[in-house]
Design a protein around this ligand. Structure first.
Ligand code: FJE
Ligand code: FE
Length: 297
């Protein structure tokens, strides 16, 4: 639960690792800043990847498959259009959310739809062995449908989980929290995080002090991995707004075998995924003769 009181935690979480997400090429001509999923931070159970993307047409992420995890796309600026092999299609804009549970299989395209730079965050959340082959599912929320709380210079958008007593309607197959905080100059926040969960912060804008009031400030494009404890405290001592996401999840504690867009528990299951994709079976049936429509720009 979010806490508006000026008090910390019995057992505050401290920053145990700081990673700068440097730009790298992905998809078709796209640039992403990867924090989780890069060499220094392979994964943070249950999280497999966090990319901050900034893409302008004609670059993008053309037709590609997924199996065994969820992709969560949260737009910061501009728009992105998705199309999948089951006929699901839509455009998400700044503040909108697409929570896609790929389960046994999705093939889709994700392409920029706005002029100029189209920016957002894409998080990959692993699914437990019992859920990896579930039916695919989408949860889409427009910006106006995402709950927001403003209190004492703190503005939080509740994408998943709960803050300040307000709960997101998003169902998280793997228990997850995802909060988008803006702290105005001078503001601070104390956010509860369930004890056994792994958690991290990713800074979008401004600079902030995290975990320990005496820590030095961290700027944008950095991920901060949090150690054990019952919550995170953050302070904005700068003259401009601080925006960051706080993401936490219950670890699965299962073996991870990843081959690009397929994430399973064993090598044999990866072989199976490659075969299923190749022969359009076990969840990839609709791949037969499917291609995304050309994009408007
Ligand atoms: C993918 C390479 C990729 N980060 N951020 C390999 F680029 C992708 C992929 C994405 C992606 C898509 C969006 Cl909209 C935003 C992203 C990687 O699509 F899935 C594999 N396997
Ligand atoms: Fe994708």
């Amino acid at each position: 639960m979010g806490d508006h009181k000026n008090q910390g935690f019995q057992n505050p979480r401290h920053v145990v690792k700081k990673v700068l997400a440097r730009p790298q090429h992905e998809g078709d001509g796209a640039i992403v800043r990867r924090s989780i999923g890069r060499g220094e931070l392979r994964n943070l159970d249950p999280f497999l990847m966090l990319d901050e993307f900034s893409v302008s047409a004609p670059a993008g992420f053309p037709d590609h498959p997924h199996r065994g995890f969820e992709t969560v796309t949260y737009m910061l600026e501009g728009a992105f259009t998705h199309q999948d092999f089951a006929g699901h299609e839509g455009t998400i804009r700044a503040g909108d959310l697409q929570w896609m549970t790929a389960g046994r299989g999705i093939i889709h395209s994700e392409m920029p739809a706005g002029e100029g730079e189209n920016k957002g965050l894409q998080l990959w959340i692993n699914l437990s062995s019992k859920d990896k082959m579930m039916e695919p599912r989408y949860q889409e929320l427009q910006s106006k449908d995402i709950s927001r709380v403003e209190k004492h210079g703190v503005d939080v958008r509740i994408i998943a989980g709960e803050s300040f007593g307000v709960r997101s309607p998003v169902y998280t197959q793997t228990p997850t929290m995802y909060l988008d905080f803006t702290l105005h100059p001078g503001a601070e926040v104390h956010q509860h995080i369930p004890q056994p969960w792994n958690s991290f912060v990713y800074i979008i804008e401004g600079e902030g002090v995290f975990g320990d009031p005496n820590a030095s400030p961290t700027t944008r494009h950095h991920a901060l991995v949090l150690g054990p404890g019952d919550g995170l405290s953050a302070w904005n001592r700068a003259a401009r707004p601080l925006r960051f996401v706080l993401i936490g999840g219950q670890p699965l504690n299962e073996p991870i075998v990843q081959y690009g867009p397929f994430v399973m528990n064993a090598q044999a299951e990866i072989q199976q995924a490659i075969e299923d994709y190749h022969y359009c079976k076990n969840g990839f049936e609709k791949a037969k003769n499917w291609k995304s429509q050309p994009h408007m720009n």
